[in-house]
Write a protein that binds this ligand. Structure first.
Ligand code: HEC
Ligand code: HEC
Ligand code: HEC
Ligand code: HEC
Length: 154
């Protein structure tokens, strides 16, 4: 192999590494997905009760016209000004407790509490706007069974 070819191959190799790490940093996002919640499976005493919730990410951002910063924020909780293709951390990277703390049931760093506060608060407000006084009924799911289906015991 001549020197030029080797240099070219090296350059190509480096380019591949850049692309791969770029993807890993969370620049890609599927239109619909379930949340990465390996954390639930790792709990020793309490296995997950429910199948993972399907979240229509693209619909929420585009059709329901919700700005990214309503859901995505930095380590102080300050809304992020981001666009598709930017590096974005998953919620579970910070809300990384996967078990409720009996002494501090509302601890927002617990993943399920962060999800419930984010998802349900907005859904209730939306349903109220649509005419349901309690916000539990309407187009946006607000009661447990509308988001969760139980995992069947074998
Ligand atoms: C209604 C709430 C909501 C809105 C609005 C929203 N997102 Fe998200 N986004 C989420 C949730 C929840 C996840 C899943 C994170 C996880 O798996 O922990 C996510 C994941 C992502 C990811 C993948 C992160 C990873 O872990 O790889 C990217 C990138 C992203 N969003 C970008 C955006 C951008 C850009 C916008 C605005 C155009 C936006 N999001 C709007 C809630 C939202
Ligand atoms: C708007 C949808 C939504 C509603 C309504 C909702 N949840 Fe959740 N819940 C989630 C999401 C999202 C998660 C994170 C795990 C996942 O992605 O499936 C979660 C996680 C959980 C977990 C931890 C995971 C597990 O299997 O142990 C429990 C327990 C739970 N929810 C119970 C409830 C209960 C009880 C209610 C009613 C009071 C409720 N949820 C209402 C969306 C919802
Ligand atoms: C970089 C770390 C980080 C990431 C990533 C992150 N959060 Fe948070 N979040 C925090 C911190 C820290 C707080 C507490 C801020 C405070 O004390 O006011 C918080 C607070 C919250 C709250 C409570 C806000 C309130 O008004 O009370 C909700 C709900 C929430 N996060 C949901 C989410 C969701 C949903 C995602 C993913 C789309 C997410 N977080 C991603 C760090 C993070
Ligand atoms: C800032 C507001 C807002 C937040 C935050 C939000 N949603 Fe929604 N969501 C909506 C609205 C609005 C609708 C109903 C729109 C309609 O049908 O007219 C909806 C509908 C839904 C639906 C049923 C229709 C569909 O698109 O699948 C599901 C499931 C859902 N949301 C899950 C979630 C989950 C899970 C979260 C938290 C990770 C979340 N949402 C966070 C506003 C929000």
């Amino acid at each position: 192999m001549n020197k030029r070819l080797i240099t070219l191959l090296l350059a190509a190799g480096i380019a591949v590494i850049f692309v791969a790490t770029g993807l890993h940093a969370g620049t890609e996002v599927k239109d619909t997905f379930t949340m990465e919640t390996d954390g639930y499976k790792k709990r020793k005493k309490a296995p997950p009760k429910y199948n993972l919730v399907e979240f229509t990410h693209a619909k929420h951002a585009a059709d329901y016209k919700i700005s990214c910063g309503e859901c995505h924020h930095d380590k102080e909780g300050k809304a992020l000004d981001i666009k598709m293709g930017d590096d974005v951390q998953g919620c579970g990277e910070c809300h990384n407790k996967f078990k409720k703390d009996k002494k501090n049931k509302k601890d927002i760093m617990v993943h399920e509490n962060a999800m419930h506060k984010n998802c349900i608060a907005c859904h209730k407000a939306f349903n109220k706007e649509k005419g349901d006084p309690k916000g539990m009924k309407g187009p946006a799911p607000a009661s447990c069974g509308k988001c969760h289906t139980k995992i069947k015991k074998k």
